[in-house]
Design a protein. Sequence first.
Length: 370
Amino acid sequence: MKNYLEFEKEIKSLEEDLEASKNPFDKDGIISEVDTDKIKKIQDDINEKLSLTYSNLNSWQKTLVARRDDRPRSNFYINKIFSDFTLLSGDRLFSDDKSIITGFGLIDDKSVLILGQEKGDDLNSRIERNFGMATSSGYLKAIRLMKLAERFEIPVISFIDTPGAAPTMESEKRSIAISIASSIECCMSLKVPNISIIIGEGGSGGAIALASSNKVIMLEHSIYSVISPEGCASILWRDPSKSLEAAQALKLSANELMKLGIVDEVIKEPLGGAHRDGEETALAIKKSILKNLKTFSGLSGQDIFDQRKMKFLKIGRDRGFKKSFDISGKGLGYVEPNLSRALRFVQSKKNILIAVLIMLILIIIFNVLM
């Protein structure tokens, strides 16, 4: 049985009509001729409605699509994209966290490490996976395997789909914040390429812990934010019902984050979202991974590290940091944005500029009176 969101009511009605039209039995149970022209027209109407609806989703509606129960999960993509996947478990310190799937596999005969945040497909698996919310053990397991991949010069591929890290007392006892920080540090310090694909919900530090990568890629209807819209609304307005306003303010959609330079690529989803054609989505993700891995071929470990560092230092700045031009060629030099430089100059010469402005006004008044 298909699940429909509130804004998909018309699509639901059309698809029910389509199923009824395909039924060869009439209301009396007698076989009748199927009207193929009617079926084609209804299907065209559905496609048109899907295209119109999904091309005009607001930020809150995109959040709902990203959280859909029937949206393909990490486990689905791992099985479709990679071959000879070997599951590896445990952090070698405390336990195994099943909310993060980890292991080595092949993509077009190239070895890669795969990390996948997994929410689960049904009630039992969701409970087992803790709804994709990892504990310290999950991040420590990921760190252990990322270091192993680096030792053997194997690229790292991460699938991001989590509302955030596990917000439990047990997580706090196991130093979840330190584990997340250590995971970010590990991702940023790798001398092998790492690519992250946000396939659903990229929430808070739980997502950033595995998404601090050379390439951050988002599916068209996925989201990526420092806090959930509900959480943001509760803090800013003390009203969770203002989730729409919060979602718009967070700029959490793929296209908005692409404009801000936080993500590097947006993968277009099939008509109506990834949940309508997981196979096509998996193929598009595979093509993107192979294309991006190819860009790192021939680069040294230091070049890969520098590319990642420069990428994150540039976020939010006009040009960001760059390598210094001294003889040694070492270190970083800050390039101040032009707007910031102009504002700083105005601030430092404020009194002089005010005096000049007053003089100009007086000259203009004098000329008018004369």
